[in-house]
Design a binder for this molecule. Structure first.
Ligand code: MCA
Ligand code: AMP
Length: 495
């Protein structure tokens, strides 16, 4: 990917690219700001040479400036979760060996102290912008471009590195498959440290010359007001958002419901992904709005892999067929390929869309590929030509509201609590979140555990969406003969 690929981002282009609460920015304005930022970032050098530049920014002109500025200057963009706890940030920043970090003016003291202790320069975008754009390097498409942290079956999140070419492939596949055009207008309320927000919405939108409405987070009254005013024609979200929209509409008067539903109905596309869309939700949304949700399957390491068709049957409970340019096969535990319909196997992926490596973790990278195929850890089966996701190979990964969470990471933090002797974390079925983080704990000397206090304690140590929604005290954890906690048996314990 070179910046010429985003061919609407050019000097003087008067099309509107971004709409925020307070302002509207044209492609030309955004482009010039990116160039001036990239120039400032490079300083007296000719290329950032894959320097890791982090940013801690909500969806904003600054965010877009950082992302594209780092790309144009030859750095690696490290967008961080703005809801992170300081302890989590420390891991991201130190493992990525970040040297500079961009945040809004008036960043909290904790962030200043953390950056100072790690020798990271904390800056605002304005501080770096130059008056004029200078020369920028030509970037080889094989060079590293972005690092996104993803939780997995290890206790600490890993930095997933993609190249300019990876990102280009991930974007162009979706531009074609979902028929993006410059007439599209889409709201962006999902977080911007994951593929769903960064690639599927923001990058596809800017690549296509579309208009992206930036929100600091999910603000249902504001989003639905815009929907009712027929502002958007494309909508992308995780299943939890559709659940929350339905719950919200249940509280509104008939007139408002009618207007919002008509707004959704008039759109050309509603997409659900990042977690399984229950058949019931698919049907509720269709009955309410007339929209047949297009469900697709993706992962941080691969972008999007499998999608229901834009034209053709979108089947409830299925994720569709491999996207063009993405090779998908199913394999058994013995690494033999599974053929034919109705036979489950692990999804493995090949293609330009697949990431390069886990940063600084050759072993994890090596282990995640077999014979050149990336092993997703998701099980699937093909039925009547459509892929159906059956679940994951690991019980230690939880999907809550579209966020992938590591049970081991949460257990690791809880175990540092002075009253907790043993703990096992699982995802329990939940109508709103898909899976709700649930902790089974054995306390030291039978100590009591107050939920509100524990939640407060957790707040300082983990992003709030990782905090267990349910905590259940047990006398002991169920273990097998090897002493390993039998997590599946915990699923049947009422909480
Ligand atoms: C918020 N809360 C949550 C979650 N989000 N709890 C569990 N799971 C969550 N996902 C909690 C907060 O801690 C808070 O708790 C309370 O809910 C209200 O928080 P708020 O931020 O106001 O909630 P919200 O705005 O309604 O957020 C719900 C959300 C958000 C919009 C669904 O979770 C979200 O943006 N999820 C999408 C994440 C995403 O983009 N995933 C894509 C990654 P309390 O009140 O107790 O403090 S996957 C990906 O990129 C792959 C490639 C793919 O396939 O797409
Ligand atoms: P992440 O690592 O955060 O990118 O999340 C990727 C994971 O989300 C995948 O490995 C799947 O487990 C899950 N996922 C994404 N889309 C879907 C979907 N449509 N249905 C079921 N699971 C999904």
């Amino acid at each position: 990917m070179s910046h010429h690929d985003f061919h609407h981002l050019t000097e003087g282009n008067a099309r509107v690219a971004l709409v925020s609460d307070t302002a509207t920015y044209t492609y030309g304005e955004v482009n010039s700001r990116i160039d001036r930022f990239a120039t400032g970032l490079i300083g007296g050098e000719d290329d950032l040479r894959e320097e890791r530049i982090a940013f801690f920014l909500l969806a904003s002109l600054d965010y877009v400036t950082c992302l594209h500025g780092v790309w144009r200057a030859g750095g690696i963009a490290v967008p961080l979760n703005v809801a992170s706890a300081v302890a989590e940030l420390e891991h991201y920043l130190s493992s990525a060996q970040v040297t500079r970090m961009f945040a809004q003016a008036g960043a909290p003291d904790e962030l200043r102290e953390l950056c100072a202790s790690l020798g990271i320069k904390l800056l605002t975008v304005d501080e770096v912008l130059t008056d004029e754009a200078g020369d920028l390097p030509e970037i080889d498409p094989g060079r590293r471009a972005m690092m996104l942290f993803t939780s997995g079956t290890t206790s600490k999140p890993k930095g997933t590195v993609s190249t300019h070419q990876t990102i280009r492939a991930q974007i162009t596949t979706l531009i074609d498959a979902w028929c993006w055009t410059e007439d599209d207008v889409i709201p962006l309320f999902l977080p911007l440290h994951h593929i769903h927000g960064i690639i599927n919405i923001l990058s596809c939108g800017l690549w296509a010359g579309a208009r992206v409405h930036l929100f600091a987070g999910l603000d249902i009254p504001r989003v639905t007001a815009e929907v009712a005013a027929n502002v958007y024609n494309v909508f992308m979200a995780v299943p939890t958002v559709y659940v929350k929209l339905i719950q919200y509409l249940e509280q509104q008067d008939e007139q408002e419901v009618e207007a919002v539903c008509a707004g959704f109905k008039a759109m050309r596309l509603n997409i659900s992904g990042s977690a399984a869309c229950p058949v019931k939700l698919f049907e509720q949304w269709r009955d309410l709005t007339g929209q047949v949700l297009l469900e697709r399957y993706g992962m941080t390491e691969i972008g999007m892999g499998i999608s229901n068709p834009y034209v053709g049957e979108r089947r409830a409970g299925y994720v569709g067929q491999p996207l063009p340019g993405v090779e998908v096969r199913l394999f058994g535990e013995d690494h033999r390929e599974i053929h034919g319909e109705g036979n489950p196997g692990e999804i493995r992926i090949k293609g330009d869309n697949v990431f390069l490596e886990y940063w600084g973790n050759e072993e994890a990278t090596r282990k995640s590929f077999v014979d050149g195929w990336f092993c997703t850890g998701d099980m699937a089966v093909i039925e009547d030509g459509y892929y159906r996701i059956m679940g994951r190979t690991s019980v230690d990964i939880i999907k809550s509201g579209g966020y992938k969470l590591s049970a081991l990471e949460i257990e690791g933090v809880l175990l540092t609590h002075e009253d907790i002797a043993e703990v096992a974390v699982i995802g329990s079925e939940d109508e709103v979140w898909g899976e709700a983080v649930t902790a089974f704990v054995v306390t030291k000397n039978g100590a009591d555990l107050d939920y509100a206090e524990l939640k407060n304690w957790c707040n300082e140590r983990m992003s709030s969406y990782k905090i267990p929604k349910y905590v259940k005290r047990l006398e002991s954890l169920p273990r097998n003969a090897m002493g390993k906690v039998t997590k599946p048996s915990l699923k049947s314990i009422p909480v």
